[in-house]
Design a protein around this ligand. Structure first.
Ligand code: NDP
Length: 476
């Protein structure tokens, strides 16, 4: 059975305590590899390596760093099939999703920041009586990146790419339930020419290494994606130790469908925004609001399509619905079926574990729930959506904004004036009009309210991973 290793100072390194945690294949429920059960000393070793590597790495040119990032992107491409299969086996997601989303986007993240860093220059300001001002950006030092299990390599690279491009060294901690592709990635780093210590990866449990990583004096910034509860712990830790932090947390995103939408397009994209990756994408539209005049028709059409979703082995090319990531996560999702029933919800389809080994849940649609109930307020993060009819624009905007979250929203209508009005009124970091998950990497990504602090993406991430200095020359 494969033993995953930490990556410290350019070397694959076993945990100092010699202990490992079981890593399960979600589609069978069987253990198939072992993950280091790292502890504080492993985290300290990784931080020391990142600190030692920083002075030389920060002096490299942008071109040198860009070249290494491009090599890493190409090495992922050279091993594309292996990465695709590993991601699907580790996470339970259909191979089609790894093939079209996770792995290509991982290469793209690295390439995008290889390009972006070359264009990243300090702004200039000049006004009479205020001097010639120009800004210089500097790497800030060793940083920590903590990434979740839903898009493992995608979010791992989304964080490390701008951090490395901006000249920082990194200690990364992937989720212990999906460590495999980050481990495979570390095996390519030396070949790509990444100097030892520039990227270090610690595998293991968040609660065992998390405090060390997020409070250590040599760590200058922490970037995190995961639950709001953990995000709050990280904010407290990082804030108390004067570190920058960037948090991308949960969502309970509204998907608003007006009667004047393109019905077929809204339906087909809503199926994706509801059930893609088994609903385990922070941007999934888990609360669907449908204008009353098309409610029944839309609902029936959704039920027909949901019934036809092919659930099965994630490694089969035809599979549309795989397994959810872990047994505890499956149980959390299932617990919401009882909650929803007690709250008066009517489960139209699904609402139970699928009758097969592994962690499979039937795609679920629930109606007849009030906006304020737990099912409509808490992030379930599974293949579960609620549908609700609405009559008025004001009413649906109020419901859309009624949760603590504010990550994303979707609006479906052919009336662009109305679309823009509703998009402006929704409190979230991104609103899609007549689409979902369309991402230009130059745009800011993150959430309002309890969905996030700060923004990543584009130059937002490069600025997060940099310190800025204003130089002012008296030109009088
Ligand atoms: P967590 O927020 O617990 O985990 C996310 C990452 O943070 C993991 O790498 C985790 O490590 C790490 N972590 C946990 N505790 C600490 C700590 N004290 N200090 C530093 N790092 C820590 O998410 P879960 O995986 O437990 O999922 C729970 C819920 O979070 C989901 O049901 C979903 O609602 C939400 N979620 C949201 C995501 C998003 O994209 N916004 C992504 C994933 C989950 P470890 O895995 O070892 O605990």
């Amino acid at each position: 059975m494969e033993k995953i290793q930490n990556f410290i100072n350019g070397e694959l390194t076993p945990p100092r305590n010699g202990k490992y945690i079981d890593n399960y294949n979600p589609s069978t429920g069987e253990v198939y590899s072992l993950v280091p059960d790292s502890e504080e000393q492993d985290a300290l070793d990784a931080i020391a390596a990142a600190k030692a590597a920083f002075p030389a790495w920060k002096k490299t040119t942008k071109e040198e760093r860009a070249t290494i990032l491009r090599k890493l992107a190409n090495l992922i491409r050279d091993n594309f099939e292996e990465f695709v299969i590993a991601e699907s086996r580790d996470n339970g997601k259909p191979v089609k999703v790894s093939e079209h989303v996770d792995i290509p986007r991982s290469s793209k993240n690295l390439e995008y920041y290889a390009d972006e860093i070359l264009k990243f220059e300090g702004e200039k300001f000049s006004d009479e009586g205020m001097g010639e001002n120009y800004l210089e950006y500097y790497p800030i030092g060793p940083v920590v990146s903590i990434s979740p299990w839903n898009l493992p390599l995608y979010l791992f690279t989304w964080k490390i790419a701008p951090a490395l491009a901006a000249g920082n060294t990194v200690v990364a901690k992937p989720s212990e339930v999906t460590p495999m592709t980050a481990y495979m990635f570390t095996k390519l780093c030396n070949e790509a020419g990444l100097p030892p210590g520039v990227l270090n990866v610690i595998h293991g449990l968040g609660h065992k290494v998390g405090d060390t990583l997020t409070t250590h004096k040599d760590i200058k910034a922490v970037s995190f994606t995961g639950s709001t509860a953990t995000g709050k712990v990280i904010a407290k830790n990082a804030g108390a130790h004067m570190k920058k932090y960037s948090l991308e947390m949960g969502g309970k995103n509204p998907n608003i469908i007006f009667a004047d939408c393109d019905f077929d397009e809204a339906l087909s994209v809503t199926m994706r925004s509801s059930f893609a990756n088994q609903g385990q994408i922070c941007l999934c539209g888990s609360r669907i609001f449908i204008e009353r005049s098309i409610y029944e028709k839309f609902k029936e059409a959704m039920l027909v399509k949901t019934k036809k979703l092919r659930q099965g082995d994630p490694l089969e090319a035809s599979t549309q619905q795989g397994a959810v990531v872990s047994e505890p996560h499956m149980n959390k999702i299932i617990s919401f079926f009882d909650i929803a029933k007690k709250e008066g919800g009517n489960i139209l389809i699904g609402g139970k574990r699928a009758d097969r080994p592994g962690y499979f849940i039937e795609p679920t649609i629930i109606e007849n729930l009030d906006s304020s109930c737990r099912t409509n307020q808490e992030e379930i993060f599974g293949p579960v959506v609620t549908i609700t009819p609405f009559d008025k624009e004001d009413e649906v905007v109020e419901w859309a904004n009624s949760t603590e979250y504010g990550l994303s929203g979707s609006v479906w209508t052919k009336d662009l004036t109305k679309a823009k009005r509703v998009a402006s009124a929704i409190d979230s970091g991104v609103v899609w009009v007549n689409t979902w998950l369309m991402r230009d990497l130059r745009t800011p990504f993150g959430g309002m309210k309890e969905s996030g602090r700060g923004r990543e993406g584009g130059t937002y991430a490069l600025k997060f991973y940099s310190d800025v200095k204003n130089i002012c020359i008296n030109n009088n």
